[in-house]
Design a protein around this ligand. Structure first.
Ligand code: NCD
Ligand code: ZN
Length: 352
């Protein structure tokens, strides 16, 4: 069989994205707008996005940078704190501003110091979300320093997520950026009825933990949850290419200025947006599963979020190009290296 050299799919969405603000937002946004119709925008700014007013203002700052006719829609999230106002969340949901609430365990990752210290403290919020059918997006790692960093996701499932799903049987949850075979199994076990979904990043499909130490310490391969062993990467590839509705695309592209990464205490986060879709194509191509990419990238997410699928298409072709060394002040994933697939410029906004 001759290889597939060109691929057209319904316009995809990025269901987990960090766009930042100010100059960084301006530098990183175009890459996402070129590839995706919508993106779930993470609220971990400094200070975090916790109110309708802040979310609306942030959305407007994003929209002001979207070229006319690009047809890009940012989907805003609310950052959960211990004293979050559930009424504010409900009002934002009803007016179509908030599509979800993001739960960061306090101190789990970048800009999570205002996060939730104990899920018991947000019971009223969880009750409200359950009643509304509004998704809770979870950074699934415990922060207990006694727990090995490579085990923090698996332990979170047992200690936090399983009890939460048991206590709130109709709560709809997205386990964000899954990185382990345990998480894949957990999602499969709880996916019935669309109550639990999971995003999978391109980088966790492409690297394992060896990448962090390849010939030296590699800050640009450091993200949270940290990449795991090869067997976990294989489980993620199996999930992403399975076509199962619980798994969908979320890049977790998380840009940091180069000085914040190349530091004695470097920030977690990989900037994959400049080749986000192309990287997923590479994974699906190698797995012989290009025919499943549209399901993962363009259909499963809208289905979980109960949103319409996008009109229009994007086309990718097998044509190698070289990733820039820097984009603005940020070193992208695969900087200076070859990317095997290329996005054909100019998405079609027409219905396929
Ligand atoms: C994210 C960031 O930099 O905001 N970092 C990361 O490593 N993924 C935060 C997050 O999603 O954990
Ligand atoms: Zn993230």
């Amino acid at each position: 069989m001759s290889p597939i050299n060109s691929l057209t799919l319904r316009r995809p969405d990025d269901w987990h994205l960090h766009l930042r603000d100010g100059a960084l937002l301006r530098a990183v946004l175009p890459a996402t707008v070129e590839r995706f119709a919508r993106a779930i925008v993470m609220p971990n700014l400094r200070p975090p996005v916790t109110t309708r007013a802040e979310a609306a203002a942030y959305r407007d700052r994003i929209l002001a940078l979207v070229p006319p006719g690009a047809g890009f829609q940012p989907l805003m999230t609310c950052y959960a704190t211990d004293d979050i106002d559930a009424g504010q969340v409900e009002a934002g949901w009803r007016e179509g501003l908030f599509v979800a609430v993001k739960l960061y365990p306090a101190h789990a990752t970048t800009n999570s110091d205002h996060g939730v210290t104990d899920p018991a403290r947000i019971r009223p919020l969880l009750e409200r979300l359950q009643r509304l059918g509004m998704p809770l997006l979870v950074h699934g790692e415990v922060t207990d320093p006694e727990i090995d960093i490579f085990d923090r996701e698996a332990v979170f499932l047992e200690r936090v997520l399983a009890p939460m799903l048991a206590e709130f049987p109709a709560l709809r949850v997205v386990l964000e950026h899954v990185t382990t075979a345990e998480a894949v199994a957990f999602v499969r076990a709880h996916a019935a009825g669309g109550r639990l979904g999971a995003t999978i990043t391109a980088h966790h499909l492409l690297i394992n933990r060896n990448a962090l130490f390849a010939g030296g310490l590699r800050p640009h391969a450091y993200c949270l949850p940290v990449a795991k062993r090869e067997r976990h990467r294989q489980a993620l590839i199996g999930a992403a290419t399975s076509g199962e509705p619980a798994f969908f695309l979320g890049t977790d592209s998380a840009p940091h200025p180069v000085a914040a990464k190349e530091s004695a205490c470097g920030c977690a986060g990989l900037f994959t947006a400049p080749a986000a879709l192309e990287l997923y194509v590479e994974v699906f191509d190698r797995a012989g599963a290009l025919d499943r990419l549209e399901t993962f990238a363009s259909l499963n997410g809208p289905r979980f979020y109960r949103l319409p699928v996008n009109d229009g298409t994007v086309t990718l072709e097998r044509a190698a190009w070289r990733m820039a060394e820097v984009v603005g002040d940020v070193v992208p994933f695969r900087a200076g290296e070859t990317i095997a697939w290329r996005l054909v410029p100019g998405a079609s906004l027409e219905t396929p």
